[in-house]
Design a protein around this ligand. Structure first.
Ligand SMILES: Nc1ncnc2c1ncn2[C@@H]1O[C@H](COP(=O)(O)OP(=O)(O)O)[C@@H](O)[C@H]1O
Ligand SMILES: [Mg+2]
Length: 151
């Protein structure tokens, strides 16, 4: 599995995503969260390049559905997240991808898809994805991941 494979999986998620999708990405620096987010953007038809919104906490992109790309790395509590605009009512119409979602544990929308990415120190291009839908809205995206071939 390569960065391109991770982007491909993101693209499938982006194509299948419905309004009020929330993808909670968990994994250390360099895991591939942004690669997955880039794929989601592509799948949503977002033109141009999507990078980590490191200095701005939320980046919004126009696509088939609006994409809200969140980097929660610097957030320490829910108040800070609220002030930074992490939770926006417009997300009900769009797709939210949250990098460092573990920082927001307990404050995420109750129905989301949690995707954990882990790397293997001995195999630099290999990643393991584990995912879990926390509610019925995301069950179909869980299926999309399950049916993705892993080249
Ligand atoms: N299978 C893979 N999936 C995702 N990224 C990979 C993979 N193999 C190698 N990489 C590399 O790992 C890095 C992941 O970076 P990035 O997506 O920015 O991580 P994060 O956002 O989690 O900090 C990129 O340089 C990418 O090319
Ligand atoms: Mg990133």
């Amino acid at each position: 599995m390569s960065a391109a494979a991770t982007r491909r999986i993101g693209r499938r998620l982006g194509r299948a995503a419905q309004p009020a999708t929330c993808l909670a990405l968990v994994g250390p620096l360099g895991a591939g969260k942004t690669q997955l987010a880039k794929g989601v953007a592509h799948g949503l038809g977002v033109p141009g390049v999507v990078n980590s919104p490191t200095f701005i906490i939320v980046n919004e992109h126009a696509g088939r559905l609006p994409l809200f790309h969140v980097d929660a790395y610097r957030l320490t509590d829910a108040d800070e997240a609220r002030q930074a605009g992490v939770f926006d009512e417009r997300q009900a119409e769009g797709v939210t991808v949250i990098e460092w979602a573990e920082r927001l544990d307990g404050w995420l929308p109750p129905d989301h898809l949690r995707i954990e990415i882990t790397a293997d120190a001995t195999l630099p291009n290999l990643r393991m994805l584990r995912w879990r839908a926390t509610g019925p809205r995301h069950a179909h995206l869980s299926q999309v991941l399950a049916l993705s071939e892993t080249p």
